[in-house]
Design a protein around this ligand. Sequence first.
Ligand code: ADP
Ligand code: MN
Ligand code: MN
Ligand code: MN
Length: 339
Amino acid sequence: MPKYKLEYIWLDGYEPIANIRGKTLVKEFENFPTLEEVPNWGFDGSSTRQAEGHSSDCVLKPVAIFPDKTKTNAAIVMNEVLHPDGTPHSTNARATILDDPDTWFGFEQEYFLWKDGLPLGFPKAGFPDPQGEYYTGVGYKNVGNIAREIVDKHLDLCLAAGINHEGINAEVAKGQWEYQIFGKGSKTAADQVWVARYLLARLCETYEVEVQLHCKPVLGDWNGSGFHCNFSTKYMREVGGKGYFEALMTAFDKYKNEHIAVYGPDNHLRLTGLHETQSIDKFNYGVANRGASIRVPHSFINNGYRGYLEDRRPNSAGDPYKIASRILQTVATVPTNGA
Ligand code: ADP
Ligand code: MN
Ligand code: MN
Ligand code: MN
C-alpha cells in the first residue's frame, strides 16, 4: 500500500490573529483517503498557546481533506482542535458555526505580498507612483516581476486541491491582490479560505516573500485590505422580502459592535469612511454602495429583496470561522415567516 503524506493543519491560540500550524502524518492507504478514513491526531498545545505545560495534549479532528498536488501521494487535512474529552477547544471558532448545508458564503480575500518590510514592488526609500493603475494592472511598472507568477501558481494549487476559487485580481495598492472563494454549506468557504491562506504562505516561502494580512499595512493614501463576506441563507434566497430584509438590517445595526469585535484587528485604521469604507462606529446599508457597511447588490432588489448581501466590514486578517459564526448568530435572531 502506498504511504500518504497527510499535512494536518489547524489554528493555534495566538491573539488577536491565530497562526496556521501544520505537521505531517505518514500513513498507508489503498487509495487517496476520504475524510472518514483519516484518524484523529494530537499535538502539544503548550507550544501553541492552547494548553498549560502539565496537561498539554490537544486533539486534532479532521474536518476537510484536500489533495496536495505539489507532492506525490499527499493531502492537506484541515482540523478542529478539541480537548482530550472531545469538547471543542476555546480557540475552535469553527465549532460555533451553525451547521447548515443551505447557507452559502463567498469571501473576497485581499492581501499584500510583502518583502523586507514593504509591499512587494515598493522602492526601499520613498513611494511608487500613487494608486490608479495598479488595480487589475498589467506590466512590470504595475505588478513587478514575480507577483503574477506567485498569484497564478497559487490559483493553480488551490484549483488542484479542489478549492472553489472564483477569481483573482490585482488590487488598488501596489503589491496588493485579491482572490474570491465561494462555498455552499455554512463552513465550506471558511475551511477553503484557511487552506488557501496556508497554500499561499507556503508557496511564498520559496520566493522569500511574506503574505501580509494586516488590514492597513501602509498608512496614508494607500488602500487597506478587506475580507468582504457575501452571504445568503435559503430563506434569504427563496423567501426574503422587504420586511425581512429591513428586520435583518435592524439586527445587524443592533449587533454592530459584536460584529466589529470579530471582523479582524485594527479595523479602525481601515474603516475610516474613506477608500470605499464606512466608519467603524457606524452601520448603514446601501444599494450598490461601496461606502456602506453592507452593500445590497442590484440583483437583490430586482429579485424582490431575495439573494445575497455583502458585509464589507470584515478585514483581511479576519477569521472566516468567527465571521461566519457571528453573521449566522445575528441572522438567527430575526424571525422568518412560518419558519
Ligand atoms: P465585488 O468585488 O464587486 O464585491 P466579487 O465578484 O469580488 O464582487 O465578489 C462577489 C462574491 O459574492 C463572490 O465571492 C461570490 O461567490 C459571492 N456570491 C455570489 N452569489 C452568492 C450567494 N447567493 N450567496 C453567497 N455569496 C454569493
Ligand atoms: Mn471583489
Ligand atoms: Mn477588492
Ligand atoms: Mn466585495
